[in-house]
Design a binder for this molecule. Structure first.
Ligand SMILES: [Mg+2]
Length: 206
């Protein structure tokens, strides 16, 4: 699919991109992750179900978010909150960065579209639900300076589609949430986030 400046609204001032599945196609990700770390599958499943359970949560800051996140991961399992934190930070996220570096490239429409946005004076943000956002951008071969702000939802204190996330992004950029166009691959997280603050949304199809 191709995305061009036609998707911009007349009052768009900021374009907010999701990362995974939006800036690159996630096709084959599970297979690549499993073959890179076959003994981590159980932790990966627990992480995934924790993410589902806490979808849309808002705690207000990074520290309390991650405390809730890792304690939820550990709850009812054989490992501690500290173990979950260590695994996520020193194993899971670095692994994802490595897999991205080895197998993935940005979608073809990205660089021309960023250029078109720049020509129209728009500012550009990446808002991801996962951590290590800057490392992942670099692993895709992209320069972080293509964007004005690269941030993760957990760093702000929540997960999509918590409306506070968009309020924070818009306030930081000095615009109204309705002046931000969200571009993402998921209706239930990116789309709902846009809807929650009455901002326009463009669904990326891989
Ligand atoms: Mg996504």
């Amino acid at each position: 699919m191709q995305i061009s400046s036609k998707i911009l609204k007349s009052d768009t001032k900021v374009v907010v991109f999701d990362l995974d599945g939006t800036l690159y196609s996630k096709r084959g990700m599970v297979k690549h992750m499993m073959s890179a770390a076959p003994f981590d599958w159980r932790m990966m499943l627990i992480e995934r179900s924790t993410r589902k359970q806490l979808k849309g949560i808002w705690t207000g800051d990074e520290g309390s978010f991650y405390h809730l996140y890792f304690s939820t991961m550990a709850h009812g399992h054989f490992f501690s909150e500290m173990y979950a934190k260590r695994w996520y930070e020193t194993r899971y996220m670095p692994l994802m960065v490595k897999v991205l570096q080895k197998w993935y490239k940005p979608v073809q429409w990205l660089l021309p579209f960023l250029q078109q946005c720049r020509e129209q004076g728009l500012r550009l943000v990446v808002l991801s639900d996962y951590g290590h956002t800057k490392e992942k951008i670099q692993a895709l071969g992209l320069d972080e300076s293509l964007f004005d702000w690269v941030i993760s939802a957990p760093e702000l204190g929540g997960l999509k589609p918590a409306p506070e996330l968009m309020a924070r992004v818009a306030a930081t950029m000095g615009v109204l949430p309705q002046q931000c166009l969200l571009v993402g691959d998921r209706e239930d997280t990116d789309g709902e986030l846009a809807k929650s603050v009455n901002a326009p949304f463009y669904l990326v199809k891989q």
